[in-house]
Design a protein around this ligand. Structure first.
Ligand code: FAD
Ligand code: 2HG
Ligand code: ZN
Length: 508
């Protein structure tokens, strides 16, 4: 629901002591020369190339900064060449050449990824999809939109909104992230509860393979059982198998009645009780059920110039949204739910949005959390999925460990760790554990890595519920996937990308 987010939050840059474990550059990859730049100049319009003097170009290295650093300002590469093709044919020519020359490439969408997947590690060429941003077609009967991969999610949503439809996914980064990036990460977000995974709503993809082959599977068919469904492999492949250039996706009817309420809740158990009752009472119109704790609320109220709609502070907050086609019906259902929750003591206070502006503010309270924490300091992020009853336990556990190590709540303002908090998509069993410190540093990291991953593994959970693996978690994949499966992933990678040029050092 938030509008365009800033490319990167405008907070004081944390001092990065040890950014992350940077794998050594693969010496098999060619270093760019002026003749490579000449080739790209022959196949691409001049204004789509950014090349620094280091590789024979004339662009100011400052212009490449935004492509080299991620949203968190945690991962940083050193690319000297950014290519922004406008057509699938151009993407194909670029990849074919890079594959032949063994030049490493990192596909980049809106660069809002949170696991270091979208930026180069060393000097990989950045292949930005931002110039591929046209809607290719819309079927008004089925609600299927077909578009270039570089279309920004919010712009696509506005496009389909005019026709009475809505995109089946929504996330705080929607003003910047691209549909191709969403597909490449299999993004979840706040509508997952209602519309499910992109593995279901994406109907077709156009993908360029590392050798330049264009896989044209841009179907708009809901049903197609003609053998292996190859497109599924690219959904969530994080730019490691091919570059997505086109997407067709089914869009649901835009709900004409939307209600949003924010609730103050006394315990994590009460959050779960409220969710169970919300599903029972509002099942078919329930479209989001999000939660956050008091530490998140403190940060968001401080940084987003928002006032809590509730009368007091609470240990937990819940945002519940209903979306349907009959306002009276939904009002009645949500009203009855809220009454029951208040009467039985599950919820201690609640506020129901009265207009569009209040709806936006309530969503801002939830969606503004990542940016607000980023403004507070260097944010460590863990995006985990485990059974709901024990989901929040990890937050207290990590806070205790940091306290025991005298890093948190020991010496007051000089503690390196400022905030330990949890929030997320409770309905999907997905918690975002965030730890905010004055800077990224080993003595803090060591307290929770690999502890968090071991903890998740012991509950048979996922170490990456929705953000992907990227560079951040590639060494920890074994905590969520058996060795045999990782071996098959490697085989698939080498089948599509035998030279390993596409998004190297990531995922595997
Ligand atoms: P990028 O960040 O540019 O790239 C992400 C990965 O996809 C990289 O590995 C990149 O190489 C690859 N890639 C990008 N485009 C292509 C392409 N066309 N072809 C092949 N590979 C490609 N994520 C969620 O799942 N749920 C959320 O609720 C959510 N909320 C967020 C809120 C904020 C404020 C922020 C900053 C991020 C949030 N994210 C969330 C993470 C991020 O926005 C998503 O992962 C998003 O889908 C990334 O899209 P992007 O276009 O920015 O991709
Ligand atoms: C969200 O749900 C995003 O707000 C971001 O997935 C979570 O920053 C995070 O940890
Ligand atoms: Zn999320």
């Amino acid at each position: 629901m938030l509008g365009a987010i800033r490319a990167r939050p405008n907070f004081v840059k944390p001092v990065l002591v040890r950014l992350y474990h940077k794998p050594a550059r693969n010496t098999e990859f060619k270093k760019l020369t002026a003749s490579d730049i000449d080739f790209f100049k022959r196949v691409l319009p001049a204004e789509t190339i950014l090349a620094t003097p280091a590789v024979g170009g004339t662009s100011d290295p400052v212009e490449l900064e935004g492509f080299n650093a991620d949203w968190l300002n945690k991962y940083r590469g050193d690319s000297q060449l950014v290519l922004r093709p406008k057509t699938t044919t151009e993407v194909s020519q670029i990849l074919k050449y890079c594959n032949e020359q063994k030049i490493a490439v990192v596909p980049q969408g809106g660069n809002t990824g949170l696991v270091g997947g979208s930026v180069p590690v060393h000097d990989e060429v950045v292949l930005s999809l931002r110039n591929m941003n046209k809607v290719r077609g819309f079927d008004d009967i089925s609600g299927i939109v077909t578009c270039d991969a570089g279309c920004v999610l919010e712009e696509l949503d506005n496009y389909v909104a005019d026709k009475g439809y809505t995109m089946p996914l929504d996330l705080g980064a929607k003003g910047s992230c691209q549909i191709g990036g969403n597909v490449a990460t299999n993004a979840g977000g706040i509508r997952f509860l209602r519309y499910g995974t992109l593995h279901g709503s994406v109907l077709g993809l156009e993908v360029v393979l590392p050798d330049g082959t264009v896989l044209d599977n841009l179907n708009t068919l809901r049903k197609d059982n003609t053998g292996y469904d190859l497109k599924q492999l690219f959904i969530g492949s994080e730019g490691s198998l091919g570059v997505i250039t086109g997407v067709s996706i089914t869009t649901p009817q835009r709900p004409s009645a939307v209600n949003v309420a924010v609730l103050g809740v006394p315990s994590y158990k009460a959050v779960q009780d409220a969710f169970r009752l919300a599903r029972r009472r509002c099942g078919e119109v329930l479209s989001a059920f999000e939660f956050w704790d008091s530490s998140c609320m403190g940060a968001v109220l401080h940084h987003q110039q928002l006032k809590s709609p509730l009368s007091a502070e609470f240990p937990f907050y819940v945002l519940v949204e209903t979306s349907g086609s009959n306002k009276d019906h939904d009002d009645e259902k949500l009203g009855a739910l809220l009454e029951e929750l208040m009467e039985n003591g599950t919820v201690e206070d609640g506020a129901l949005a009265q207009d569009e502006q209040q709806i936006r503010r309530m969503w801002m309270m939830r969606e503004g959390i990542p940016e607000s924490l980023g403004k507070t300091g260097a944010t460590y992020k863990y995006d985990i999925s485990i059974p709901i009853p024990v989901l929040y336990d990890i937050v207290g556990d990590i806070a205790n460990k940091l306290e025991t190590a005298s890093l948190f709540k020991s010496a007051g303002a000089s503690d390196p760790v400022k905030i330990v908090c949890g929030y997320g998509h409770i309905g999907d069993g997905n918690l975002h554990l965030n730890v905010v410190a004055d800077k990224f540093q080993d003595r803090v990291t060591e307290v929770f890595e690999p502890y968090v991953y071991e903890w998740v593994s012991s509950h048979r959970g996922s170490i990456s519920a929705e953000h992907g693996v990227g560079l951040m978690k590639r060494d920890y994949l074994g905590y969520s996937k058996p060795k045999e499966m990782i071996d098959y992933m490697r085989r698939i990678k080498s089948m599509f990308d035998p030279n390993g040029i596409l998004n190297p050092y990531k995922v595997l």
